[in-house]
Ligand binder design. Sequence first.
Ligand SMILES: Cc1cc2nc3c(=O)[nH]c(=O)nc-3n(C[C@H](O)[C@H](O)[C@H](O)COP(=O)(O)OP(=O)(O)OC[C@H]3O[C@@H](n4cnc5c(N)ncnc54)[C@H](O)[C@@H]3O)c2cc1C
Ligand SMILES: *[C@@H]1O[C@H](CO)[C@@H](O)[C@H](O)[C@H]1NC(C)=O
Ligand SMILES: *[C@@H]1O[C@H](CO)[C@@H](O)[C@H](O)[C@H]1NC(C)=O
Ligand SMILES: *[C@@H]1O[C@H](CO)[C@@H](O)[C@H](O)[C@H]1NC(C)=O
Ligand SMILES: *[C@@H]1O[C@H](CO)[C@@H](O)[C@H](O)[C@H]1NC(C)=O
Ligand SMILES: *[C@@H]1O[C@H](CO)[C@@H](O)[C@H](O)[C@H]1NC(C)=O
Ligand SMILES: *[C@@H]1O[C@H](CO)[C@@H](O)[C@H](O)[C@H]1NC(C)=O
Ligand SMILES: *[C@@H]1O[C@H](CO)[C@@H](O)[C@H](O)[C@H]1NC(C)=O
Length: 541
Amino acid sequence: MNMETFHVKLFSLLFILLNSVWSTTSTSNSESFVQCFSSHIQDSNSSNEIILTRTSSAYPSVLDFSIHNFRFLNNSTPKPEAIITPFDESQVQAAVICSKKSGIQIRIRSGGHDYEGLSYVSRAPFIIIDLFNLRSIDVDIKNESAWVKSGATLGELYYNIAQKSRVYGFPAGTCPTVGVGGHISGGGVGAIVRKYGLASDNVIDARIVDVNGRILDRKSMGEELFWAIRGGGGSSFGVILAWKLRLVPVPPTVTVCDVTKTKEQGATKLLLKWQNIADTLPEDLYLHSIVGSSNNTITIAFGSLFLGRVDKAVQVIQENFPELNLESSHCSEMSWIQSVLNSSGYSMQEPLEILLNRRQLSYYYFFKAKSDYVTEPISEAGLEGLWHILLEANTSYMILTPYGGKMSEISDSEIAFPHRKGNKYEIQYMVTWGDGKDTKKYVGFMRRLYAYMAPYVSKSPRAAYLNYRDLDLGRNSYGNTSYAQASIWGLKYFKNNFRRLVHVKTLVDPGNFFRNEQSIPVCSSGKVEGQQIYGLGFQDR
Ligand SMILES: Cc1cc2nc3c(=O)[nH]c(=O)nc-3n(C[C@H](O)[C@H](O)[C@H](O)COP(=O)(O)OP(=O)(O)OC[C@H]3O[C@@H](n4cnc5c(N)ncnc54)[C@H](O)[C@@H]3O)c2cc1C
Ligand SMILES: *[C@@H]1O[C@H](CO)[C@@H](O)[C@H](O)[C@H]1NC(C)=O
Ligand SMILES: *[C@@H]1O[C@H](CO)[C@@H](O)[C@H](O)[C@H]1NC(C)=O
Ligand SMILES: *[C@@H]1O[C@H](CO)[C@@H](O)[C@H](O)[C@H]1NC(C)=O
Ligand SMILES: *[C@@H]1O[C@H](CO)[C@@H](O)[C@H](O)[C@H]1NC(C)=O
Ligand SMILES: *[C@@H]1O[C@H](CO)[C@@H](O)[C@H](O)[C@H]1NC(C)=O
Ligand SMILES: *[C@@H]1O[C@H](CO)[C@@H](O)[C@H](O)[C@H]1NC(C)=O
Ligand SMILES: *[C@@H]1O[C@H](CO)[C@@H](O)[C@H](O)[C@H]1NC(C)=O
């Protein structure tokens, strides 16, 4: 036997040994979990409906229903030992208590849009707490607020507000199937961000199950944890059950306009101008651009939402961006809720009930995305080089979301989301494909695109948006998290708020029970790179 075969044999033997240890541990863990969970909930409901094990007939369909990225839908994707689908908050408490007791990890899923599948994939044996049954929405127009359970989608939220009033809305993202649990805990950017800020800027209370299985609200969790779950991501801190949101006024009529140009029609020059004005426009106007490549050319769509009538919309755009030659024929007046339909790709004539559809097939494909923040306009040469790369994959696009307005008025440390003043716009890069065989090719394409953009975007750190999660930025090692390792990606997502997030994490979950590849690490020594992290005076705020 030569050395190489010997190694292979030794390795296989080790593998088999480890694997058998692994599966016995995981089986006994999952058995003890199921036992514990069933005994906790025996009087509330039949546990068979709430706990789906691998042998349950509903297991595959419930698991796959909320998988939005096909990269994580294949036979080699690790599957949960069980899926818990609570109807009642007490069942979430039981799931946390029992998973801790039996040493099994949990993944928390609301809408399932996580770009890297972290809400439903784990390398260690795990269960999923899937919150889709906890999705009631209670809108209180008189008090301009709403309690929304985490498993609700943005579409369900917008629909329920519109059922009560057409002159209130909520500043969150544009895709109706996105879950409020993940979205709001990560920030939440949509078409009225320049007027009202992020979704998480408009949270006034929350309910969370902590690591000890207690239900806490804003008052009992304290301002530190309440700060952390607005932009710091929920999954490091507990299971968020519900948000109390501040509704925002919108006029009865808003205006949506759209002008699309190709490179040959002068789109590059228009984008150069757009970069200079998009963040300084009046905050009633949101004007983004979407750059795509198809038919061997670059196409840029300049889309806008104006909180007012069409004549004023055209006037404001003409004054600030005459080169666009915008006319009222490019625009439509509609209600705010119809503008939600429009930005979701639906005709404004569609019945609003279409927003209740939790599974829109057009949002299901293989994809890889990344994000950047732009603080200085990109040069024309820079854009021309970028077009060159984008043309390599005609299913790639970039969404350029202007900041400024309200976003510049809020300090970087107000909540855990840090990307405020000084950012002209945010970029989301996206590439999609339809066949798992092409995954390597398109992920490689995305990495090349990102490498090319380095000189043109924010630096030290090169900032990124948590809700456009990207594991290429770094991850915790398996079974371990260290401050040094986590700060590589942590500083990109959270900038100067990272240290404070570590501090909050250490206080509320010192045993690091709520963890994943990019969860906030615990600092067990109470020190971060030799500096004391306690006693920074946060507690008194
Ligand atoms: C098609 C599409 C369109 C999008 N459009 C926008 C947009 O317009 N604006 C924008 O800002 N973002 C947008 N996003 C990104 C989106 O905000 C994030 O993917 C968000 O995290 C999704 O939340 P979710 O509940 O659907 O996802 P999930 O995958 O369920 O959760 C995402 C993360 O949050 C954690 N989590 C979920 N629920 C809870 C909870 N109740 N308690 C604690 N932790 C929890 C999960 O464990 C996971 O880590 C879009 C994403 C997609 C796929
Ligand atoms: C299958 O899923 C795993 C993640 O669980 C992923 O790494 C892999 O790329 C997927 N395979 C394909 C062909 O998409
Ligand atoms: C029990 O489960 C059913 C769904 O099968 C659900 O409609 C009902 O609300 C649940 N009841 C309680 C008390 O959890
Ligand atoms: C209305 O909301 C405010 C702040 O969110 C709260 O203090 C007040 O108690 C609420 N009033 C009612 C009637 O719910
Ligand atoms: C995109 O590229 C593929 C293969 O290169 C080609 O078949 C397809 O027609 C292109 N689509 C568009 C819209 O350009
Ligand atoms: C690409 O070209 C074809 C044929 O000219 C046209 O039908 C199609 O609409 C074009 N696609 C885009 C996205 O411009
Ligand atoms: C949204 O409105 C714009 C402006 O009127 C229009 O050009 C576009 O086609 C609309 N989108 C949909 C999907 O109806
Ligand atoms: C955990 O991380 C620390 C610091 O990076 C490292 O020294 C240690 O070896 C790691 N342990 C494991 C089990 O990976």
